[in-house]
Design a protein around this ligand. Sequence first.
Ligand code: LFR
Length: 485
Amino acid sequence: TGVKAYAAVDLGASSGRVMVGRVGPDSLELEEAHRFPNRPVRVPEGLRWDVLGLYAGVLDGLRAAGARSGGRLDSAGIDSWAVDYGLLDADGALLGNPVHYRDGRTEGVAEKVWATVPASELYAATGLQYAPFNTLYQLTAARSSAQLARAERLLLIPDLLTYWLTGEQGTELTNASTTQLIDPRTRDWAHDVAERLGIDLGLFAPLRHPGDPAGVLRPEVLEETGLTGPVPVTAVGSHDTASAVAAVPADGERFAYICTGTWSLAGLELSAPVLTEESRAANFTNELGLDGTVRYLRNIMGLWLLQECVRAWGDPDLGELLREAARVPALRSVVDAGDAAFLAPGRMPERIAEACRASGQPVPESRAEVTRCILDSLALAHRRAVEDAQRLAGHPVDVVHVVGGGTRNALLCQLTADACGLPVVAGPAEAAALGNVLVQARAHGLAGDLAGTRRLLVRTQPLTRYEPRGGTARWRAAEARLAGS
Ligand code: LFR
């Protein structure tokens, strides 16, 4: 019947999942084969990823995916969070546990980088927003480490896992664009920036593009997963946000998107980067997407704020918490959800209370009040990002697409519609996995471009529409309150 089966490995900051996508000329189904936690580990030297645990989860997931498709897969592909990497020695062995982007090692590093390449020049050359964890700053922080001195190769997380599966090394472009070592105009390495900062681009494996072949599963992997070979591995938009944006079920070009999850990534899909000073001041990033597109967006702390509170509170029932939060009066206090002060883990309820106090607003007391403060703050940050992006890029929109885990949070979706004063179309929740699957499907014969696969999503995925309820003046006022504090 022309239906093919693809395994999409999608690794988020708190969990990984392996999904089976079944794609025909006019059908698209996604089934979860395996889900596993991703728990960062704090060791004496800092916060680290348990990358071997993740790889074990990937193998378990491929086995489970195979079990659902008669032991055969037409291809597999991996996406994950961005910026982080593993280092390999001359034998190809991993040197230590990859450092977590929330680790404190990059504190104060940006200033050192800017002393060599001023921030404005860096933006003009790379288009990347300032975030302390961009790979460029991580590599600068690690400059005199014994580990980096021994390293012969750097592989970004999805590329590292792909290497373990296939034995082949590459650097996938969408994720490479988050290193701050790529020029978004040429979509190639920013040689000049790297040279001035003493970063050896020879550490990186050759660039590959979404849709490129990335090898086949090694015989040992086939044996361990019970799959029948050959199983090709395909490079996808290996940055999870690239995959998620590829699965935004948009019709036409006049849309904004918000990829929700641990982060909220809010912005536009453009055909060229915006590299103006104004854009830099507004901290918008130009990451690279599929088919020559640019993801012009701002990072917002996202549901991380709530996840950290829930963790601090000993994991109360989330549904009940959200129902109570819906009854708390709106917009009593808001915090700046774009503030890097919320980046590190720990003490989140206290840090939110402190931010409210410092800006002269009522301090949220109960859990429901803190939750409401977080959701109002996120919706407000969504509004600012959607407005700023349209203005800075000269690209007006009629609708906001919300994709990712946050689509399950109806209150957040409704507040986002209210704050933006625009309809919100919510779904799909598993956007990253769907984008991952669709890139594989295109590489293996599915006809159509990005617009075509988006039409397939519109036809096959359940979506929920939220109309703005009016009252944007209140959101404008809250925005002014925050700006004035
Ligand atoms: C989302 C995401 C963001 C990136 C952040 C850190 O999962 O990939 O796009 O800025 O994680 O890697």
